[in-house]
Design a binder for this molecule. Structure first.
Ligand code: NAP
Length: 279
């Protein structure tokens, strides 16, 4: 499994990780087994959140006895992101996950609490050793600038954003910003939330042709494109074993410059968005 440095944490983290939103719908036993297989295949970057109904307890079961192998990320809801409630939310996530420390703790999206208060809580959690690092999610450049203005350079580990072949809005400004500031950019919903190109479509056929050349699958091609360079990471969610296996194998796929150009042309990005799209 390909790894790369996760921004300012200095930690080598699996480029393709595992999301856990709605993972419980497959049933506890199946979802625990899917995450465990993913870990065995190297997808040790695990994304969860207090929002994701029961997912943290499923992750707890999946990572029991192998804490040192995994990089665990969770998120505080905006309505809990006051100075005191952020600390409490983190402690509750740690309890549900049955671990002593999160590798990265994110603000899920911006809400009514002042960002300064959330950041102060994140820094306190870091000092207490309850988190290794903190980051943000669904932050546009103006939010990122504000966060750096408050926290200083070298404090934000990552920004987690919507990114798939049909939604490349982050490439206009957020990706260059993250490159410049050494912030890991983690793309969520890499398969487009149910809108993955159908095999019969022109887009599907292009993906299929590139996949065939590598003895790979269209979804593996998509993941390879979405993680084609630093600081990009992807966190597909899979509760079926065959999906987990397919996603993990994408990490070893290297697309040629011509293939990347063909994908760029087939999935053109739209103009700069007024506001960052969210899933
Ligand atoms: P996704 O990963 O793009 O898609 C998940 C769907 O794709 C599931 O139905 C899954 O099926 C299917 N799938 C996975 N691998 C497949 C494969 N190889 N072949 C065919 N189908 C496959 O969508 P997502 O769950 O929205 O996004 C991923 C993660 O990002 C979430 O789980 C969550 O951790 C994170 N996220 C974060 C935010 C945020 O605001 N920060 C928002 C949304 C999501 P099975 O489950 O049946 O295997």
């Amino acid at each position: 499994m390909q790894k790369r440095i996760f921004g300012i944490t200095g930690r080598e983290v699996a480029v393709i990780g595992q999301g856990t939103w709605h993972i419980h719908t497959a049933g506890r036993r199946v979802s625990v087994a899917a995450i465990q297989s993913g870990i065995e295949l190297g997808m040790t970057h695990i994304d969860t959140a207090e929002l994701y109904d029961g997912a943290e307890t499923i992750v707890a079961e999946a990572i029991a006895g192998r804490r040192d192998e995994v990089f665990v990320v969770s998120k505080v809801l905006p309505q809990n992101a006051s100075r005191r409630a952020t600390i409490r939310a983190c402690e509750q996530s740690l309890q549900r996950l049955r671990i002593e420390r999160l590798d990265c703790y994110l603000l899920h999206w911006r809400g009514r609490h002042p960002l300064a208060d959330t950041i102060a809580a994140f820094e306190e959690l870091k000092q207490q050793g309850k988190i290794l690092a903190w980051g943000v999610s669904n932050f546009d450049v103006s939010d990122l600038d504000e966060a750096v203005g408050l926290a200083g350079e070298g404090r934000i580990a990552c920004n987690q954003v919507l990114y798939h072949l049909g939604e490349r809005a982050i490439e206009h400004a957020v990706l260059p910003w993250c490159e410049k500031h050494d912030v890991a950019l983690v793309g969520y919903s890499p398969f487009g939330q149910g809108s993955f190109p159908r095999a019969q479509s022109h887009e599907g056929q292009v993906l299929d042709a590139i996949a065939t050349a590598h003895d790979a699958t269209p979804r593996q091609v998509a993941l390879a494109f979405l993680t084609r360079r630093a600081p990009l990471f992807a966190i597909p969610k899979a509760s079926r074993l065959e999906h987990t296996t397919e996603n993990a194998r994408a990490a070893d796929l290297r697309l040629t410059d011509q293939e990347l150009a063909r994908l760029e042309k087939t999935f053109p990005r739209s103009g700069p968005p007024r506001s960052l799209p969210m899933g």
